[in-house]
Design a binder for this molecule. Structure first.
Ligand code: NA7
Length: 539
């Protein structure tokens, strides 16, 4: 576009999920910037806008699944259940936008085409499909799980029914009374199938890897509980500073080896009844996620529950995981139970692979034709840096972020990248693996503070030192040492997609929210030693 059509602003935010909205708020309210946020979606909400599949539910307890640090926003949010369904979270993000008076700063249905840092003027030139921006600061809040993963299945184009991915669920699709095939039984597939089994004519799950899942224990909060959450919201945010994962549970220090077999069983049973994935993994014993033998005892407890729940022994066997209990923990609202229903079939594709798609469905190796009207792909995401894969972002010397991350993504604290001055990410690669709204709150505050430290110096830009990026990667790798989570295949380490990683990386910092906060605060308090502020000599 011509010079006149370039809009001059202080900061451009990409994305209007929880991360983008919180960043837009801190940049305007804390740092006093003129900021705009864009999103390709027609509505705000990010992850919760796209994931409209039946059964979509947060698995973080509602008093923690909120943007932190604003008492008034917290007080006006009336979440009545322990976990919040997708539509309510969408409404919450909309409400935050209005409450913080950000509506006029948001430009929807606008896709980032390219962003390039101009060294001379120390500005980002951003092209979108709806016009150009010139901004000193670029903040990307692209989400951890936004680029859809659609694996290649032989003959899938020949299928004549509808194919939908759970993270791009069509508004007009009603699956009531239909025959549904589902590929994928991660957190999403399990939520979807449990809900869909209530109304569909038939559901066939094509399962590759059996998963450990525990009851979610969703329920209505009592009035007393609700009042308590509201009265103590500041304590919760203060709790981040001493919490490893920020999920609002009692992160126990009790070892599994400190109790008798009987007590152990009783504690697992208590967690099973209370419900919650992090309750089962982190509120029972401190060593379930780190000590192989402890992990096996937890896994064994879940395996026995599957056997008790699922009536057909063959189906129960196929539903029973064989690997460690060390993927991203999952919880459900009656998943194993659906396999007792006559309208639900399980196919283990390890034992009976999908041969090919045909116009009416799928043929498996045993020769069976499984007919269905809709194929639901709950096959997850090209996670973390995958969200950036389509973005043409160029830093110093025209080097793209894609090039910089060709072997593996790297950053400092999941927020900044060397060679990309004045670029900040919310939930970028190598950020903390914790409750996301907590991490978003911490990072958005930190970014606004960093930006504020240079904004009154004309032409100043913040450069991450290369060695700081190296050191942070090492910090992340060190924190991962001995982690059982490295031994299972999942998006957490990018090994859900064949060939995604060329070099060893961490993807996340698993050293704890407490240490992440301490490190990031020290960085700011010491005057940003990992950064260099450059001011053009001509200014
Ligand atoms: P996940 O957890 O990545 O799950 C994806 C599922 O899709 C999982 O069961 C995969 O099986 C399956 N999958 C993926 N590719 C294939 C192929 N090629 N063939 C067969 N099956 C496949 O994604 P979700 O959306 O469920 O959850 C993502 C996060 O959202 C979750 O962790 C929460 O943080 C919220 P596999 O296990 O790899 O054998």
């Amino acid at each position: 576009g011509s010079e006149e059509t370039v809009r001059e602003i202080d900061a451009l935010v990409v994305g209007t999920g929880m991360g983008g909205v919180m960043a837009l708020h801190t940049l305007t309210a804390d740092a006093g910037l003129d900021a705009i946020a864009i999103d390709k979606a027609p509505k705000v909400g990010g992850t919760w806008y796209w994931n409209r599949y039946p059964g979509a539910l947060s698995d973080t307890q509602s008093f923690m699944y909120q943007l932190p640090y604003d008492r008034e926003l917290f007080q006006r949010t009336d979440w009545r259940t322990r976990y919040v369904p997708g539509p309510e979270i969408r409404r919450y993000v909309e409400d935050a936008v209005d409450f913080w008076d950000l509506r006029s700063r948001i430009q929807l249905e606008t896709t980032l085409v390219s962003a390039a840092f101009d060294e001379e003027s120390a500005h980002w030139h951003v092209a979108t499909d709806k016009g150009e921006f010139r901004a000193r600061f670029l903040i990307t809040a692209a989400g951890l799980l936004s680029r859809i993963n659609i694996p290649d299945f032989p003959g899938i184009d020949r299928f004549e029914g509808r194919i939908v991915h759970t993270a791009d669920w069509p508004e007009d699709l009603d699956i009531t009374g239909l025959r549904i095939g589902v590929i994928g039984n991660g957190s999403t597939g399990i939520q979807f199938m449990t809900e869909a089994a209530k109304t569909v004519a038939h559901l066939t799950s094509f399962q590759r890897t059996a998963q450990y899942t525990v009851p979610a224990g969703n329920r209505e909060w009592s009035e007393v509980e609700l009042e308590q959450f509201k009265a103590t919201c500041e304590d919760r945010w203060e709790e981040f500073r001493t919490s490893k994962i920020g999920f609002g549970i009692d992160e126990t220090t009790r070892s599994i080896w400190s109790v008798s077999e009987e007590e152990r069983e009783a504690i697992f049973e208590w967690a099973w009844r209370k419900g919650g994935n992090y309750t089962f993994a982190n509120e029972t014993f401190c060593d379930v996620t780190s000590d192989r033998a402890a992990n096996e005892l937890a896994a064994d407890f879940i395996k026995r529950k599957i056997k008790e729940t699922v009536k057909d022994p063959e189906t129960a066997r196929k539903l029973t995981p064989t690997e460690l209990f060390a993927r991203r923990p999952i919880c459900d609202s009656g998943y194993f139970e659906i396999f007792n229903q006559p309208n639900v079939t399980l196919v283990s594709t390890r034992e009976n692979p999908i041969e090919e798609f045909v116009p009416r469905g799928v043929v498996t190796a045993d020769g069976t034709l499984h007919e269905f009207d809709v194929l639901v792909l709950a096959t997850g995401f090209d996670a973390v840096e995958g969200s950036y894969r389509n973005m043409d972002i160029r830093g110093i010397g025209g080097r793209t972020l894609r090039e910089h991350w060709a072997d593996a993504p790297r950053s400092h604290m999941g927020m900044t990248v060397s060679g990309f001055p004045n670029l900040f990410m919310v939930l970028g690669p190598n950020g903390p693996f914790v409750n996301n709204p907590s991490a978003i709150g911490v990072q958005a505050k930190w970014i606004a503070q960093a930006v504020k430290s240079v904004k009154d110096t004309p032409g100043a830009s913040i450069w991450l030192r290369e060695e700081a990026e190296e050191n942070w990667l090492q910090t992340c790798l060190d924190a991962l040492k001995g982690s059982l989570f490295l031994e299972t295949g999942s998006w957490i380490f990018g090994n859900n997609i064949p060939g995604k990683r060329k070099a060893r990386t961490a993807n996340f910092y698993v050293g704890g929210l407490d240490r992440f906060i301490a490190i990031s605060e020290a960085e700011a308090a010491q005057g940003y030693p990992s950064y260099e502020v450059r001011v053009p000599s001509a200014v």
